[in-house]
Design a binder for this molecule. Structure first.
Ligand code: SAH
Length: 480
């Protein structure tokens, strides 16, 4: 900051402020810039005289023209106006509503380029935040991202908000970017075909029955969301109508029409949510017809999935991810394993078949109920589950003499709690397998574990969410 700026008269407007800050660009200016990277949100990163501009829609390797929208001291935002030199990896996004929707961020990039970037994003974080050395000869091996052979139609769950068209008919689709206006949609390319088809049927049934969609602003109207889940392996289908109120007029007609139009449906549920919130589900779920749950498999393990259960949304890649986790765990059948942040126990049960004993811990009580039920469903008796914060429960286990050979952690985006890492360093398992959905917190936590005597051996990025910016990976650490 210049001295003159502090002492001189107060600048009157933004333009003067920018000039005084000596920024190389100003608002509304047109600039031409090379794109040198992509942020974790999928925006192109450009530099003008060392000043960083984020440019949505621009891809690494491109030269673009852009109009500056907003300038801050350290960085600014600009709008892409023209591709001067397009990337050879740029493609026409296959989805018609890609720009309006915002659910995917990378559809304008070839799938190969997406996978390369996801690996590079992990490498950059390990080096910059983790101060780790990545390399072929020496250092950590970061493998190529394991992608999907067919990276479309991978989601097993659709949660579609309902609204009314201008003409007053029931529509359902997605919220327009940065708004709560609902845009009607008939097909989402990353959704399992059947989910799209069922949503189309349910919308038509709703229109026939004259149902009004819930209106967020007034709090009136009945149908809030339609949620559809499909078991990829079993083909079983569940339809959930989320309603603003417990009464569903003409419920028999609903059930009859859904059963007639959705072959394979095993469960039709109603979830009641009367709260003024954008949380999808309320606390009460009623089964209108059929079972309370559908079943699906990950590997050989069978899972019961209820309307509200957390279950991985890309079952094909989940098997790839857990397969790597199992490989890195290096189990021979005699090990004690802890699965921290275990959710409904998917990894725990996946590993239990290959270990002596597995302990899972998770903070959401309903998830642990599901984990126990799923253990029973599979006749797995060597897995036990605890409700609580992993950073509280792990020290208790330590005190009780639980001595794990392998610990798997799969934390939320904010990464592992410091106390959990400390406990790990006291427990001294032979191997730690870190499943991560955020390379930045992964890198931060790996630094702590390295400093505590562990060596990061290899990292395997796995593409769980093609065409989005999500980067998932599995890391193997070994005690020195
Ligand atoms: N391993 C599971 C779920 C991972 S998602 C799977 O593969 O399906 C991360 C989980 O951590 C979520 O279920 C979340 O509820 C849980 N969680 C968040 N903070 C936690 C904490 N402090 N202690 C234990 N679990 C926590």
């Amino acid at each position: 900051m210049s001295r003159g700026r502090n002492r001189g008269p107060k600048p009157h407007n933004k333009g003067q402020q920018e000039a005084l800050l000596n920024l190389p660009v100003s608002k509304n200016e047109d600039v031409e810039v090379d794109i040198i990277g992509l942020t974790h949100e999928g925006e192109g990163v450009g530099r003008v005289d060392g000043y960083t501009l984020f440019i949505g829609g621009a891809l690494p390797g491109e030269r673009v023209r852009a109009k500056v929208l907003k300038v801050k001291k350290q960085y600014g935002y600009a709008k892409l106006t023209e591709l001067v030199t397009a990337s050879s990896d740029r493609i026409a996004p296959p989805c018609e509503i890609y720009k309006q929707c915002g659910g995917c961020q990378l559809q304008h990039w070839s799938y190969e380029a997406q996978l390369d970037w996801k690996r590079q994003h992990v490498v950059d974080n390990l080096e910059r935040i983790g101060k780790l050395q990545v390399g072929e000869a020496e250092g950590i091996t970061v493998h190529s991202t394991l992608g999907m052979t067919d990276p479309w139609g991978y989601r097993n769950k659709a949660q579609v908000p309902m609204g009314m068209s201008e003409e007053g008919g029931l529509i359902g689709g997605f919220y327009a970017r940065n708004s709560h206006r609902i845009i009607d949609m008939d097909a989402c390319l990353i959704q399992h075909d059947q989910n799209d088809e069922i949503v189309r049927h349910v919308k038509a049934i709703g229109r026939d029955l004259g149902v009004a969609a819930y209106n967020e602003e007034t709090g009136e109207g009945l149908l809030r969301h339609v949620v559809v889940r499909v078991g990829f392996r079993t083909g079983e289908l569940m339809v959930v109508l989320v309603t603003n109120g417990s009464k569903l007029p003409r419920v028999d007609a609903w059930v009859e029409a859904i059963r007639a139009q959705v072959p394979g449906v095993e469960s039709i549920c109603q979830n009641i949510n009367t709260k003024r919130t954008n949380v999808i589900f309320g606390d009460v779920t009623k089964t209108l017809w059929g079972r309370d749950v559908i079943y699906d498999y990950i590997g050989d393990v069978k899972f019961a999935i209820s309307a509200r259960s957390f279950y991985q949304v890309n079952p094909v890649q989940t098997e790839v991810l857990y397969g790597k986790t199992l490989e890195y765990a290096g189990l021979t059948g005699s090990e004690t394993v802890i699965d921290a942040y275990c959710g409904i126990g998917t990894i725990s049960l996946f590993l239990a078949q290959h270990a002596q004993r597995v302990y899972g811990v998770e903070i959401v009580p309903e998830a642990i109920e599901d984990a126990r039920a799923n253990a029973a469903l599979n006749g797995i008796v060597n897995a036990e589950f605890a409700v609580g914060a992993a950073e509280d429960v792990m020290p208790q286990w330590l005190e009780q003499g639980v001595s794990p050979d392998v610990v798997v952690v799969d934390p939320p985006r904010k990464g592992c709690d410091e106390r959990l890492l400390e406990t790990l360093l006291t427990m001294q398992p032979e191997r730690i397998v870190y499943v991560s959905c955020n390379p930045a917190t992964l890198a931060r936590d790996l630094r702590v574990l390295e400093d505590g005597g562990y060596r990061v051996k290899e990292v395997q990025p796995v593409d769980m969410f093609p065409h989005t910016v999500h980067v998932e990976s599995v890391t193997l650490l070994q005690r020195q």
